[in-house]
Design a protein around this ligand. Structure first.
Ligand code: NAP
Length: 346
């Protein structure tokens, strides 16, 4: 694998075994890999496309790569990364929630969601503050000390952020020319790392209505308890409660969907082209707007169902772009070259 990596490093997938001997492997790669995304699966990730375009545009002589890290390998991967000269990483499925317990500090966006999609590695004790415009600037006390993992002397400190919620907010504006605050939103997979971040963003934006749907209902109910204070005022005309948690069950979905504008898929269902829709296609109506956090070359079954129903739909490419731009701004304390990043997308 080492010979291939030298020819085209950022299209390769590295593994935990590669991280373990990164001194041998990474040493030959020029520009050096100092950033990456950890996930399983990971081959589909377009983060290297946008981040490497941004690095080149900003004349930062580093590269960003994919790391295929399984759920049970995350802790070891982060321990190796602490000892390496990395700038930062992104986390994708299935690591966002587990990563929250592994970082040393978390900003407010990560603490709220209990999930991390961006880590910045710091050598010094953290004096860092989030970049301008990030949701965590909204209050003074933004930082949570974790110290869940003991760090050896000289190890990097891991600072966790979550850029998914704000990336989602911007994506909805871009794709549908509408603000979250005007929408009645249903999140499928609300108990997952992405679903939680999206739900918090909906609450912070004071959206009209929020229905949290999860296969494991208890996780959606727990989140609803936390978000309750955001939904106490009456905004919607009619009897529907502004905040509800329901199971991923056709009868419950059927009862909610007439009072919903935006349906969000935050489950991994659709990552494989053969995956079914996360909700029955027959429940989607022309008045719905469907946002699938998944992106890929082919349309997911959910987006095909939306099209067939005459509903508007969009995949997660613009969310990828905006969350990635925010990650870049945390790593380098500067604005990301967003148009260059957009142009790097397929
Ligand atoms: P995660 O933390 O593992 O959460 C998965 C969620 O989906 C959980 O709520 C889980 O329910 C549910 N789920 C999993 N398998 C399911 C199934 N077969 N049927 C029904 N529900 C199921 O994953 P994540 O990191 O949030 O990622 C979710 C998806 O969002 C991934 O496809 C990821 O690529 C995508 N994403 C895209 C972007 C972007 O920039 N476009 C950003 C973030 C995430 P339980 O709680 O019951 O297990």
């Amino acid at each position: 694998m080492a010979a291939e990596m030298k020819t085209n490093p950022t299209t390769e997938r590295y593994t935990l075994a590669d991280l373990e001997k990164w001194g041998e492997i990474g040493g030959d790669i020029d520009p050096p890999i100092r950033l990456g995304v950890l996930g399983d699966p990971i081959a589909h990730s377009l983060s290297p496309h946008i981040q490497n375009a941004a690095l080149r545009a900003c004349e930062i002589d580093l590269q960003y790569a994919r790391f295929h890290i399984r759920a049970n390998e995350l802790r070891s991967a982060l321990l190796f990364l602490r000892k390496l000269d990395f700038v930062g990483i992104n986390l994708t499925v299935p690591h966002k929630i587990a990563a929250f317990t592994q970082v040393d500090e978390a900003d407010e966006s990560a603490t709220r969601a209990g999930a991390v999609n961006t880590i910045k590695m710091e050598s010094e004790p953290c004096s860092h503050r989030p970049a301008a415009g990030h949701a965590s600037n909204q209050s003074g006390a933004n930082w949570t000390a974790h110290s869940a993992v003991a760090t050896a002397r000289g190890d990097k400190k891991l600072i966790g952020f979550n850029t998914d919620g704000e990336g989602f907010l911007r994506a909805i504006r871009t794709e549908f020319s509408i603000d979250l605050r005007d929408l009645r939103v249903m999140i499928i997979g609300a108990g997952g790392g992405t679903g939680r971040a999206v739900a918090w963003q909906c609450a912070l934006e004071n959206c009209e209505r929020l229905v949290l749907v999860n296969r494991t209902l208890a996780k959606a109910s727990e989140l609803a308890d936390k978000l309750g204070p955001f939904f106490t005022g009456a905004r919607v005309l009619g009897p529907a409660a502004r905040l509800e948690a329901i199971a991923l069950d056709e009868t419950a979905l059927r009862a909610q969907l007439p009072e919903i504008d935006l349906i969000v898929n935050a489950t991994p269902l659709g990552m494989n082209p053969s995956d079914p829709t996360p909700i029955p296609a027959r429940l989607i109506a022309p008045h719905h707007i469907v946002f699938d956090c998944i992106y890929g070359s082919s349309k997911t079954a959910l987006l095909r169902a939306a099209e067939a129903a005459g509903a508007r739909g969009a995949n997660g490419l613009s969310m990828l772009l905006y969350q990635g731009a925010l990650s870049f701004s945390f790593w380098f304390n500067r604005d990301a070259p967003i148009e260059t990043m957009r142009a790097a997308l397929p």
